[in-house]
Design a protein around this ligand. Structure first.
Ligand code: F6R
Length: 369
């Protein structure tokens, strides 16, 4: 049941406020983050972890990249993110104090399952972030942290992605508290960011009409670039993947700081570039760097579509389109900024007359290696 929407993807985009709320419900209580499934592993085991490897594919790997910033910030453990199919074949360095966190919506992705088994066989603690109750990956893992986003039907992942980020943030906070690296102020700040999150995501969903108009104009576009910094970088990668998957348009995401090391040569007259702009209030340094990136690409003819915090006027002189986002904690920006990117892919796919929910050559769950 598409609930009155023209596609499951549209319905699932609009379900995100509820999906993220369901993921943190019962896990943030009175300003304190507690994941019982992690507690069950024992505090000692969590304190001994000296390295975390996140393994996932596709969209789930971008959620992993975003989660890595938060886990490092709060738990002060080095985190790396590897694609499941690369992990296994590199002879990874693993020890009993390594924790492997897999991220998978379906819990059946063969590449990720094989990587989890590989890690488990080497005595590593395995934690599964999964959306599908009792799927194979959570069953094979030492602990399962379910996202509770509800069933995702569209092939292109949307609400599972934001729920995965939410779950990884909760894991980061739980680990940080147990390990004593999380200050009470940080915990309180994160708890309040969670409280405000559903409303903020709901506001981001409201960009639909504006994005639909933009996509309508851009139906003939052959290539789109996405730029971001820090957590905005994996968000940019996710925006590009969505567009490839369902609109069959060449798209690439870049770290904004990497532009001058090569990709800026791609910028030509009329090249559409989405730029994820950090908050000017909370991340002034990164904000000013991204604004200079915008100036650089604008001077070379790019068509700039800036996703900014509402009230940010610094970007206005250099942007062709401005999409305004609610105020959020900087680490939580991906959870709102990705929403207009999801709408954009959906609307461009629709404008091209494609099947939004069932893109060619793709399956919802990839159960072969
Ligand atoms: C993107 C997409 C894929 C999946 C990937 C992992 O929209 O759907 O990139 O994210 O195949 O799938 P799961 O999360 O089920 O392991």
């Amino acid at each position: 049941d598409k609930g009155g929407w023209s596609s499951f993807m549209a319905k699932e985009i609009t379900e995100q406020p509820e999906a993220v709320a369901n993921t943190f419900r019962g896990r943030v209580v009175d300003g304190r983050v507690e994941i019982p499934e992690l507690s069950a592993l024992g505090e000692e085991r969590l304190r001994e972890v000296d390295r975390i490897v996140i393994i996932a594919c596709g969209t789930a790997s971008y959620a992993g990249q975003i989660g890595a910033y938060a886990i490092e910030r709060w738990a002060r453990v080095p985190v790396e993110v590897q694609l499941s199919h690369e992990f296994r074949y590199r002879d990874p360095v693993l020890s009993p104090s390594t924790m492997v966190i897999s991220v998978s919506q379906s819990g059946e992705t063969m590449d990720t399952l094989m990587a989890v088994k590989y890690a488990k066989d080497r005595g590593v603690t395995t934690v599964s972030v999964c959306n599908t109750q009792s799927a194979t990956i959570p069953r094979e893992s030492d602990a399962a942290v379910y996202t509770h986003a509800g069933p995702e039907v569209a092939v292109a992942s949307t609400k599972a992605f934001t729920a995965q980020i939410t779950a990884l943030y909760l894991i980061g906070l739980h680990l940080g508290r147990v390990r004593g690296t999380l200050s009470p102020e940080e915990e309180a700040q994160a708890a309040s960011a969670f409280e405000q999150l559903p409303q903020a995501v709901a506001e981001a969903v409201e960009t639909h009409e504006q994005i639909a108009q933009l996509a309508h104009w851009m139906a003939d576009t052959r290539s789109v670039l996405f730029l971001g910094r820090h957590v905005g970088y994996p968000t940019a990668l996710e925006g590009a993947l969505k567009l490839k998957e369902i609109a069959y348009i060449h798209a690439e995401g870049f770290a904004a700081g990497e532009l001058k090391h090569g990709p800026i040569a791609l910028i030509d007259h009329g090249q559409p570039v989405f730029v994820l702009v950090p908050s000017p209030r909370r991340s002034p340094v990164m904000h000013s760097k991204v604004v200079s990136n915008i100036q650089e690409i604008r001077a070379r003819g790019a068509r700039v579509i800036a996703i900014v915090e509402k009230g940010d006027t610094a970007v206005l002189p250099y942007a062709d389109d401005v999409i305004r986002m609610p105020l959020t904690d900087p680490l939580f920006e991906p959870l709102v900024q990705v929403v207009p990117l999801q709408w954009f892919a959906l609307e461009l796919s629709t404008a091209k007359g494609l099947d939004v929910d069932q893109p060619r050559n793709l399956a919802k769950s990839v159960t072969v290696e």
